[in-house]
Design a binder for this molecule. Structure first.
Ligand code: ADP
Ligand code: ADP
Ligand code: MG
Length: 460
């Protein structure tokens, strides 16, 4: 077992990882940027090292400083969390060559699933359905138009290195295709340092459904069911739940089919540790591979609630070389879990980020309520990072109970000093279609534009 782990991240996920380490009696080292000095992860860790200024490029993305911090504190392993360097194969390589275990997949597996286009080829080899699309990177406007002609509009232009819902454009005709092609390339270059884009068919009324997997270093791979993450704004998840109402009510057999597909992809990539295989499912129950997230995912707690498996603990155990103690037949699903991402954004002002000082913070509790967060009263949210300040997760014996509990918990959650997405999530929880479990990734857009804005304004 590791004696000491460095957490190369910040915010709620750093807190989450420190908690898992503590339960395994592993000492922890936090790293932080100057504006994060008062963050909860710094206070909860056994040791803490400042690694630079606010912008991520000067701190959380500095491999040299992270490795120096790891050497000074003499840790056995680094947990990268999500975002930042978590899916950077080079970072995983550097850790290994410095004799520090990287808690995640090997750099070889990461390279096999490195970008979305490479992953598409691998999924194809695994016999998993893909949205029709280009076979490689699209270099010219002419090539883009030819692909669109072959697969038909609407299509999506996507950055191979994209992430966090950025670097994507929908095109409905040749004109928007040409425009989208150039803007997408330029944006991708700016955001990801890689201008490569590809094209895939835009699946209409899509459902985002993903499969959680765990793979040890001895060749055992299991899946832990699905998460429905169709409640998105601008391709970014806002609310997630498991089981998926679509699968539960309409396509029960899909859980097994998609679980098998996810395992096949992981096998072919020699994948180890925790990962998520993302799919799009259409109204007819056809599923299509999207990408593999080679890290722990933001919404992992809902899977933990219904399976009873501590995913971060499993990540650490797998990284030490331990064999999975669970087999596929041991994985059972019980009850229903929902997560709301609490973002410091103003839903009444186009979700404008709302950094600043939190004056009062009362966190909900009670049966079936879990809050993963790093903020507290008096904490100042720095402007440099993602606006997520916490995750509210509720568990119930069924979907109805989980929803009622979420309603109750959202109404208890009090944060003053900054704006949050809580009122917007309350409106979603009250929406009749959401309550019936009938929604696609268009849901939020429809709620905002479909004359139902009063639903939110009533609450202001
Ligand atoms: P999840 O499915 O885990 O929610 P997200 O795509 O929302 O995944 O990403 C989680 C975090 O990682 C977010 O903070 C997001 O901004 C960040 N992130 C993900 N991929 C990238 C990337 N390629 N570049 C920069 N940030 C990313
Ligand atoms: P990211 O790396 O930013 O997470 P993904 O490829 O996972 O990008 O896509 C993010 C979201 O964009 C999906 O959850 C879905 O809502 C939408 N999306 C992506 N590809 C398609 C597609 N081919 N058809 C319809 N929606 C898509
Ligand atoms: Mg994704």
């Amino acid at each position: 077992m590791f004696e000491k782990v460095l957490v190369a991240n910040r915010g709620e996920i750093a807190v989450r990882i420190i908690r898992a380490c503590k339960e395994l009696n592993i000492r922890t080292v936090a790293v932080y940027s100057e504006p994060d000095a008062n963050s909860m992860h710094v206070q909860l860790a056994d040791e803490a090292i400042c690694i630079g200024k606010g912008p991520s490029a000067d701190s959380y993305l500095r491999i040299d400083r992270l490795i120096s911090a790891a050497e000074i504190t003499d840790v056995d392993a680094i947990h990268p969390g999500y975002g930042f360097l978590s899916e950077n194969a080079h970072f995983a390589d550097v850790c290994e060559s410095c004799n520090i275990r990287f808690i995640g997949p090997s750099s070889k597996a990461m390279n096999a699933l490195q970008d979305k286009q490479v992953s598409r080829s691998l999924a194809k080899k695994a016999g998993v359905p893909l949205p029709p699309g280009s076979d490689g990177i699209i270099e010219t406007e002419q090539e883009a138009l030819a692909v669109a002609k072959r697969i038909g509009y609407p299509v999506m232009i996507k950055a191979v290195a994209g992430g966090g819902g950025r670097g994507m454009r929908v095109a409905h005709n040749d004109i928007s295709m040409i425009k989208g092609f150039y803007t997408c390339r330029a944006e991708a270059e700016k955001a990801f340092g890689n201008s490569g884009v590809y094209i895939e068919k835009y699946i209409e009324n899509p459902h985002h459904i993903e499969i959680q997997i765990l793979a040890d270093t001895k060749g055992n791979i299991i899946h832990l069911g699905e998460r429905d993450c169709s409640i998105q704004r601008r391709h970014q998840k806002l609310i997630e739940e498991t089981p998926s109402p679509l699968i539960e009510n309409k396509f029960k057999g899909l859980r097994k089919t998609m679980g098998k597909a996810a395992i096949k992809i992981a096998e072919l990539a020699s994948y180890t540790n925790a990962g998520t295989v993302e799919f799009i499912v259409d109204e007819q129950g056809n599923y299509y591979f999207l990408e593999v997230n080679k890290r722990i995912q933001v919404e992992h707690p809902i899977t933990e609630e219904v399976t009873g498996v501590d995913l971060v603990r499993q990540q650490i155990l797998i990284a030490t070389g331990e064999q999975l103690r669970l087999s596929q037949s041991d994985v059972a699903f019980k009850g229903h879990a929902i997560e709301c991402r609490i973002n410091a954004e103003d839903p009444f002002d186009n979700f404008r980020p709302s950094p600043g000082r939190i004056e009062m913070c009362y966190t909900p509790g009670g049966k079936g309520v879990r809050v993963d967060s790093h903020v507290y009263a008096g904490y100042t949210i720095p402007p440099h990072y993602d606006s997520m300040i916490g995750k509210l997760i509720t568990y119930g014996k069924d979907r109805r109970e989980a929803m009622e509990r979420m309603n109750r918990a959202l109404s208890e959650y009090m944060i003053t000093g900054v704006k949050t997405t809580i009122p917007f999530e309350q409106a979603i929880l009250q929406d009749p279609n959401f309550r019936r479990g009938v929604y696609s990734t268009n849901f939020v857009e429809e709620l905002l534009t479909g004359g139902r804005r009063e639903l939110i304004e009533d609450k202001a």
